[in-house]
Write a new protein. Structure first.
Length: 52
């Protein structure tokens, strides 16, 4: 797996990406929900940026 940057420079995105750390303690069957949460959060963050 590719290493993610430590910080992106945007606290909202960094918080979402930090949530991916939950993957290590979960069975593979539960990974989809974690990625879905991250995708939803990133999508909402991008939408909020468009509204500014």
């Amino acid at each position: 797996m590719t290493e993610l940057p430590v910080e992106t420079g945007d606290a909202r995105v960094d918080g979402i990406l930090a949530g991916l750390n939950r993957l290590a303690g979960l069975p593979a069957a539960d990974h989809v929900a974690v990625f879905d949460d991250a995708f939803t959060g990133l999508e909402a963050t991008l939408a909020a940026m468009d509204e500014q």
